[in-house]
Design a protein around this ligand. Structure first.
Ligand SMILES: [Zn+2]
Length: 332
């Protein structure tokens, strides 16, 4: 037997799709601040999957992922329900900034929220109670902060078997194993019984098509794992590394101020001792080489070439020998 999806103010029956503008706060003028929500309730019984994006207002790649799933995919065979939240942080999105403009609060540290708390906690509470906690699993899409770019990867608490099932099904090459910060959507939702992962891809302020397409494959794979689409199968990304707290990883930092010239792309494998990037002065006279301290994968790189001494440049993680062999074989 299939059931309606209900939220404060409405219900979506099996076989129905509803677009809602859901009030989460009010502006200085007393006008409603509303977030767009699309609920697709399949004709057949199944789990409820939440897809969330732009919890940080300038992280756009996820918006396109969620919109595409909601409005371009054929849902006639859907088993279960999709709760699509393409722009969670509407005030940040309008201002094109990461945080809620009200006192610069981080919405992604405000979950599960509080109905009588600060403005960010009230917004978080409205979203969490109505659309996140009622779901069986959740994918929250992010990008790197402004000026940097991330390889597509998942962040998940792999010690929690329900969360690990979602992360493994997402089929990314890289999973960073961590519980996540207090107040983050994925940590608080997982704690409340909605196993959740963060998906990181690319940079802020952009739609990056190849990354969006790869993430959409991941969404299909998760839906296959949880029986939401019988025609789809769970994907294997070819190779995978799960990066734990104790694993070898480092931020390569600038020791000189100047202009950065990257020698490798996001996601490249670099050999120990290889030059990853150089920093030069305005006269191209002083050139500082930044070398890889060990062989590894560049999961994060700068987009903005300007650095002060001490600024992080590249996020490098070591790979186990069998993974290294698989990556080299696949990439030729
Ligand atoms: Zn983010």
């Amino acid at each position: 037997m299939t059931t309606a999806f209900t939220y404060n103010g409405g219900a979506v029956e099996p076989g129905e799709t509803t677009n809602v503008r859901f009030t989460v706060s009010e502006t200085y003028l007393g006008d409603p601040v509303r977030i767009p929500v699309t609920i697709v309730n399949g004709e057949h019984e199944g789990p409820t999957l939440c897809l969330a994006a732009a919890t940080h207002g300038d992280e756009l790649n996820g918006i396109e992922i969620v919109r595409e799933v909601a409005h371009e995919w054929d849902h006639s065979d859907l088993r279960g329900t999709l709760v699509c939240l393409p722009v969670l942080n509407v005030p940040g999105f309008i201002a094109q900034q990461r945080y809620l403009p009200i006192y610069d609060r981080d919405l992604n540290r405000s979950f599960p929220g509080q109905s009588a708390g600060t403005s960010s906690k009230r917004i978080a509470d409205r979203v969490f109670r109505n659309f996140i906690e009622p779901c069986d699993l959740c994918l929250d899409f992010h990008t790197s902060t402004r000026g940097r770019s991330n390889m597509l990867h998942a962040r998940a608490d792999m010690a929690d078997s329900a969360v690990a099932r979602v992360a493994n099904a997402f089929a990314s090459n890289v999973i960073i194993d961590s519980e996540g910060p207090d107040g983050s959507l994925r940590r608080e939702a997982s704690k409340a019984g909605t196993p959740s992962i963060t998906v990181e891809l690319g940079e802020a302020h952009r739609f990056q098509r190849p990354l969006i397409d790869a993430a959409l494959e991941g969404v299909l794979s998760v839906m296959a794992e949880f029986g939401m689409l019988e025609t789809e199968t769970v994907k294997w990304p070819g190779w995978r590394t799960v990066i734990e707290g104790s694993d070898e990883k480092t931020w390569l930092r600038a020791d000189a101020g100047g202009l950065v010239d990257m020698h490798h792309e996001r996601g490249s494998l670099v050999e120990a001792g290889e030059t990853v990037c150089t920093i030069s002065d305005p006269f191209k006279a002083e050139v500082t080489k930044i070398e890889a301290p060990f062989t590894g994968l560049l999961i994060g790189i700068p987009q903005n070439p300007l650095v002060y001494p001490g600024n992080p440049l590249c996020h490098l993680v070591a790979l186990e020998e069998p993974t290294l062999r698989a990556v080299r074989q696949i990439r030729g």
